[in-house]
Design a protein around this ligand. Structure first.
Ligand SMILES: [Zn+2]
Length: 313
């Protein structure tokens, strides 16, 4: 058991005016985890509950009011933490399950994070977030899914709208590696003239069958030898990178009677090559702002290249 867990519990109780003995907390934690093999999270919860009861405190008060410190989204680097933050609702998404009351993307000046509010966590009438509005959120819990942090709102979470303009920004990131995959949806595509979404078989998810507008883009996967990153490359960068304009791509596709030919050209130009890409993250994608070829130089690269040639066969 991590010593800091006991320290953390002690500190939170101090804020509620209760001075616990850290060694006492620690012994109880150790007993549960070592003797009774209780998982750490559960041990922590039950020790907290014990001291809450002992001191006649309400659970909600401990969790929601434990700390007044606000955390910046970019500083969320640990799961299972109770946090307070000020954030703006960037997007709301359709809940994927009936137990989810609301889900979407929150942002502040340091990044964005997915949030999920479960039905059971709130009075639905009272807690409804709106896109573009800013809120002070207390007592949200950090979690992690597929390597990305997220926030879960529960019964103890409080949400208060604030009259404060929050500028949402994701910091620019850099990624260097080999392009190991050009995904479907790359090359010459059509977009909905209403909402700009890429069409699928001539249809927009939102607006149905529409007269699409041509665009050029690349959805790629880049690999640095340790991890992979999904990247989206917009028209301007694609044109520059592949030496082909949108016009030329259209002509090429018309002549070949096949849109797929453009993706083939892109594949030949950039697959298995080494690049440094800078951009901002949005959801699981890195939206490329610059992309620069790198010289082939190291062993990692050679190993990657052999993987690429194997997987593309
Ligand atoms: Zn549309």
């Amino acid at each position: 058991m991590d010593l800091s867990v006991a320290g953390d519990i002690r500190e939170r109780f101090l804020k509620l005016g209760v001075d616990l003995d850290e060694e006492d907390i620690n012994q109880r934690l150790r007993r549960l985890t070592l003797e009774f093999k209780v998982p750490e999270d559960e041990a922590r919860r039950s020790v907290i509950n014990y001291f809450l009861k002992e001191n006649g405190l309400e659970r909600e008060k401990y969790y929601a009011g434990a700390s007044d410190d606000l955390i910046a989204i970019g500083d969320i680097k640990e799961e299972g933490r109770w946090v307070n933050l000020k954030a703006k609702v960037v997007q709301l998404w359709e809940p994927s399950h009936e137990s989810i009351h609301q889900t979407g993307l929150l942002g502040d000046g340091t990044g964005t994070i997915k949030f999920t509010m479960f039905e059971s966590s709130s009075d639905p009438e009272e807690m409804v977030l709106e896109e573009g509005r800013s809120y002070l959120i207390r007592g949200a819990v950090t979690g992690i899914w597929q390597g990305r942090y997220q926030l879960n709102f529960n019964r103890a979470t409080t949400i208060e709208e604030i009259d404060e303009e929050i500028i949402v920004e994701s910091p620019t990131q850099e990624f260097t590696g080999v392009i190991v995959e050009i995904q479907s949806g790359s090359g010459l595509i059509k977009r909905c003239p209403e909402c700009n979404r890429a069409l699928s078989k001539g249809s927009c998810n939102e607006h149905g069958r529409v007269e699409g507008v041509y665009d050029l883009r690349i959805k790629a996967v880049i690999d640095d030898g340790e991890k992979t990153q999904d990247v989206i490359i917009n028209r301007e960068l694609t044109e520059e990178l592949c030496g082909i304009t949108l016009e030329e791509a259209r002509d090429m596709a018309t002549e070949a009677l096949d849109h797929g030919i453009v993706a083939d050209v892109i594949r030949r130009k950039i697959l298995a090559r080494y690049y440094t890409i800078t951009g901002r993250r949005f959801d699981r994608y890195l939206l490329a702002e610059t992309i620069k070829p790198k010289k082939f130089s190291n062993d990692v690269l050679e190993r990657l290249l052999s993987q690429v040639s194997q997987s593309s066969e």
